[in-house]
Design a protein around this ligand. Structure first.
Ligand code: DX5
Ligand code: ZN
Length: 218
């Protein structure tokens, strides 16, 4: 399968948001990765519905929305209405994860679950068959621009085994500190989708950075 690149809008220039969204539209990127933070689940607040709506009005690629919020169930329908294609919730934020995942699918979206760096892959054993995507956090969620946690490789390979063993059809996404230095190794151990924020948007030529990253992993 083709490996995917998902630039994280969190690292975009919000004063020129339409310009940056169009840059992604016209690049080799596959998805828009959109980080929603509530200041409770994570110690930071990013942006909410009005900004997602504005992004959606210009974006012409898959909207991959990563919720770093408590009680995500409250907003599932709203995210569907805003054009979300893939809605990812945190394992650590969902007491009734199975119910949440079913609700995401019932609202017409693909369902993803994100795991914090300290959360073992084994907690997904009994739900993996229901998941379209697992997002392995390779930094502690809340901020862009942090360094990649090396233990991630081990987790990706464990998750890959779990998916194969369960005959599941689940994509493995890596989020946090992704660069051209760790991309290849992540793909080798089983990653399908690489999220990249700072590496793309803080580079001199984001379009070229996306193209190079895409070429590197395919
Ligand atoms: C972190 C977010 C990431 C972040 C990645 O909480 O979930 O998506 O934007 O940014 P970089 O690639 O800069 O680590
Ligand atoms: Zn994210």
């Amino acid at each position: 399968m083709e490996k995917l690149v998902a630039p994280s809008v969190l690292a975009a220039d919000f004063g020129n948001l339409q310009r940056d969204v169009e840059m992604v539209n016209n690049s080799k990127a596959d998805w828009f990765h959109i980080d929603i933070m509530d200041g409770v689940f994570v110690p930071n607040i990013s942006f909410g519905m009005p900004v997602l709506k504005a992004i959606g009005q210009h974006a012409n690629k898959t909207l991959d929305v990563h919720l770093m919020i408590v009680e995500p169930d409250k907003y599932i329908q709203t995210f569907a209405d805003l054009g979300t294609d893939i809605l990812t919730v945190h394992y650590e934020a969902c007491t009734h994860l199975h119910r949440t995942v079913q609700a995401i699918k019932a609202a017409g979206m693909k369902a993803g679950v994100a795991l914090n760096p300290h959360t073992p892959i084994a907690v997904l054993e009994d739900i993996i068959g229901d998941l379209d995507l697992v997002c392995i956090m390779s930094v502690n969620p809340g901020f862009g621009g942090q360094s990649f946690i090396e233990n991630t490789y081990k987790k990706v390979s464990q998750l890959k085994h779990l998916i194969e063993f369960s005959n599941a059809n689940t994509l493995i996404e890596i989020d946090g500190g992704v660069t051209d230095k760790n991309a290849n190794k992540l793909i080798e151990v089983g990653a399908d989708v690489l999220v990249a924020g700072s590496f793309v948007f803080k580079s001199e030529n984001p379009t070229e950075t996306i193209e190079n990253l895409k070429a590197l992993i395919n």
